[in-house]
Design a protein around this ligand. Structure first.
Ligand SMILES: *[C@@H]1O[C@H](CO)[C@@H](O)[C@H](O)[C@H]1NC(C)=O
Ligand SMILES: *[C@@H]1O[C@H](CO)[C@@H](O)[C@H](O)[C@H]1NC(C)=O
Ligand SMILES: [Zn+2]
Length: 378
């Protein structure tokens, strides 16, 4: 009987551990290099993600020293209490306001009216231009930025330009011209109704250059609820012409979409060669000594930075987003399972002792023997 108890516990451990383990190795496969995204307003583009290592031949900024994306090593970020929460205004659009959703051969992007703006969290005000996504393939994830070397399933970029310039075009060549808000997408159990607003129309723009008008909705719901915790660094467009004009904000809280939604994102569009538009992310660029600031003090995995007893930085959770990684969930799960196993084992020892004790009494031994037999055949 002891064996059967232990066996059940082990089976539980294996069964419950497997989904997490599998998805982590999926992610690791994706770490071998891929590609990256586009920008509107550049007219015709002939670059591709396949030749992303040669972008700098045609676009000299692509070999600059302030390029994006980067890997963010949480332990080397610098906590900056001056980084205030990002504030958005005008992001909630009525359904009768139509927005253009377009496949430009490099990504899907949604044109945004200039009434949307960032009004807090930056030294200046920025107006929205467009948002777009970067994703992977069925073989691996496709976020552009990585955190501690971890690549997320996908990434959303909301592109803005500094209101001190007259247009996006003018701003994109200035060092303080653009602000991009970035958030990671992960796979969760539920459909995300806000992302569905876009995904519903992917079938209509399968080919390069196709576009469709979609009803307005609250664009802010494509971003995390918690806009207080983020990383900030100076970088570039992640597609040619790679202008080094972007003040990046990469949110700590991630967004969740379902597996089916992710599959739809990954498999719906085709590029200008008529091939599946996948893994549209650029490889990680060197920091070249740049600083990466954080608006919060990371708690779980960067104890070095933490004076004991500082305010908790765990982000508030919400149904469609989460700041906890799969690793945290697994850690808790394994903790619980370990506790259960230990408890079962103790119970068994206890029972065994009683049994031994009772075996001393000849009258009861039969009953116990019968019970044990039954369990062994179960
Ligand atoms: C970005 O560049 C500006 C101008 O050089 C500088 O003031 C700012 O501190 C830089 N930001 C970061 C996060 O290094
Ligand atoms: C967000 O912060 C938490 C706590 O510091 C950390 O465990 C997690 O990895 C971070 N996630 C991202 C995407 O930065
Ligand atoms: Zn992008």
């Amino acid at each position: 009987m002891s064996r059967s108890v232990l066996r059940v516990c082990l089976l539980l451990l294996v069964a419950l551990g497997r989904p997490g383990a599998a998805s982590e190795s999926d992610q690791d496969q994706g770490e071998e290099e891929r590609t990256h995204p586009p920008r509107k307003g550049l007219g015709h583009t002939h670059w591709s993600y396949e030749d992303r290592n040669r972008w700098s031949e045609d676009y000299q900024d692509c070999r600059g020293t302030m390029q994006s994306p980067i890997n963010i090593n949480m332990a080397s970020t610098i906590f900056s209490p001056h980084l205030r929460a990002i504030q958005l205004s005008g992001y909630s659009l009525p359904a009768n306001e139509r927005l253009k959703l377009r496949n430009n051969g490099h990504t899907v992007f949604l044109e945004l009216p200039q009434s949307l703006a960032i009004t807090g969290g930056y030294a200046q005000q920025y107006r929205a231009v467009q948002l777009h996504l970067h994703w992977g393939a069925t073989t691996g994830p496709g976020s552009e930025h990585t955190i501690n070397g971890h690549r997320f399933a996908a990434e959303i970029h909301v592109v803005h330009y500094n209101t001190k310039y007259d247009s996006f075009k003018e701003a994109m060549v200035q060092p303080d011209g653009l602000a991009v808000l970035a958030a990671f997408l992960e796979m969760g159990p539920r459909d995300n109704p806000y992302y569905q607003e876009l995904l519903d129309h992917m079938q209509q723009i399968q080919r390069d250059g196709e576009e469709v008008w979609v009803p307005g909705f609250n664009i802010a719901s494509l971003l995390p609820v918690n806009l207080k915790y983020y990383y900030r660094y100076n970088g570039s467009l992640t597609t040619p012409p790679c202008y080094q004009a972007v003040r990046w904000t990469v949110f700590n809280q991630t967004m969740m979409i379902s597996r089916d939604q992710m599959l739809k994102l990954i498999t719906s569009l085709r590029n200008d060669d008529g091939k599946p538009l996948q893994s549209n992310y650029r490889q990680i660029q060197s920091l070249h000594g740049r600083r990466v600031l954080a608006s919060f003090q990371p708690t779980f995995f960067a104890p070095k930075q933490l004076p004991a007893g500082t305010a908790s930085s765990a982000a508030p959770e919400e149904h469609s987003s989460s700041s906890f990684q799969a690793g945290d969930v697994l850690a808790v799960l394994f903790g619980v399972l370990f506790a259960i196993t230990a408890l079962a084992f103790l119970l068994y020892i206890h029972k065994q002792r009683n049994q031994n004790a009772r075996l001393d009494s000849p009258i009861k031994s039969k009953v116990i023997y019968t019970a044990a037999t039954t369990e062994n055949t179960a």
